[in-house]
Ligand binder design. Sequence first.
Ligand SMILES: C[S@@+](CC[C@H](N)C(=O)[O-])C[C@H]1O[C@@H](n2cnc3c(N)ncnc32)[C@H](O)[C@@H]1O
Ligand code: SF4
Length: 465
Amino acid sequence: MTSFWDYLEAAVLAHRQGHLEQADAAYRRMLADQPDDPHLLYLRALIALQKGNGEAAVASVERALEECRVRFAALPAPPGAVQELAEVPAAAMAHAITPAAGSDEYPSGRARIEEVFVELTSRCNLRCRYCALSLPDYVGRDMSPLHVAAVHEFIANAPGSPLVSLNVHGETTLVEGWTELSSRFAATGARLNLISNFARQFSDEEIAALSCYAGIRISIDTVDRKLLREIRRNVDLRIILHNLTRLRAAALREHGRIPRLGINCVVSDKSVFGLCDLVAFAAANGFDDVSLIDLAELTELPDDRPRHISALAPQEYRRALDAIRDAAALGKRMGVPVDVQTSLKDLLTMADYAQRHSVRYFKSNAVALVSAPLPGPGETRGCLDPWRVVKVEEGGAVVACCIGRTRIGHLDEKPLAQIASGEAAQRRREALATGKLDEECRFCPVRPVVAVDAFQAQLAAWWAR
Ligand SMILES: C[S@@+](CC[C@H](N)C(=O)[O-])C[C@H]1O[C@@H](n2cnc3c(N)ncnc32)[C@H](O)[C@@H]1O
Ligand code: SF4
């Protein structure tokens, strides 16, 4: 039977995707069954706010607050808590009607490419349970030699030796001749970066190639060997560690230095409770940092896939947020920086807010998902990617962002340098610099919401460097 929570989840999804009418109709239908549910009232207030209807938003929030007062009357809330909460929508409202602070002028519309992502392949030796590679109709391919040559030419002629990250989706170490390709790119003077699963035992030649990289990130979601096998299908932690030790030895012997080594951990309902163990493992094994990546849940994958932490029951969800906080604190104590992706940080901020105000409702999954901060008037995403990054997908399409999909051109049409300075790239830059964002930037999970003015100052400072 479809539960209230299933309906709510579907409505919240529609809300997140910007289908405001559809979401609002669903909330109204649910309110007919659960009159005065503060959740639903709060969600309807958000919609009213997004549609610019401040009065309706205030009315809906006031009804939600009244209901909270009634329901939480028995709770020992700190004095003034409800009052403080009541001030929030007012502040949000004031913010929503403030005219955009930026102007059409911004420091520079030109690109200065510092990092190139090259998807040498979209094939992989694994099919991790959360990854697009696990979709039944997924087809992976290698980049054509012509496209590789076009990217190589761009990098060889780019001023200031850009950083070259030799992967996007897929596993680069699967490409035939990847070691020679690495050498060709390194010979341009570029510094090389790689994300790899390290799940296959590398040959000595491969270890030698890896020892030349500037940075390598290894994907390890958990140090629970059984769970790792389950999530990343048959990955054996012992093979990863064996490769790692050989890499360190080869790098020290040949170059007198070790590549910067990091761990990429996808935080899901399955991995989240082992984060402290993972951070301790990283410290014990000399990793330089750990990145906690928010799971982008692909709903087309089978139901036994790892789920986003917000799918956990409320009690467990709270424990999950604590686990992220604890892991970050442990990393600090042990000298291993833990980078928490922006969208996960947003969830922590929401929970802190709820804690301070003793409002249990704000800990709900649905509300956490829908209320993650989106840029409002006068705000934008703090992202320099379209100025400093190009990503070339395996088929030759070019994107001006490390995680996005919006194309700014194709290698079959123009050289990469022209694409980076072309009209589509320019539009992206202008959108970010003025806060007039397209959907992709608006909902970006990795870049923070910042004021347009502050971003323009950041842009100017970067350009002046
Ligand atoms: C797509 S993989 C490519 C590199 C390599 N095959 C690997 O896994 O290390 C790059 C990173 O994205 C992560 N990733 C894959 N699917 C994801 C998803 N659905 N949500 C968030 N991160 C994901 C992987 O764990 C990995 O750290
Ligand atoms: S190893 Fe990387 S690319 Fe391959 S399936 Fe896993 S996450 Fe996807």
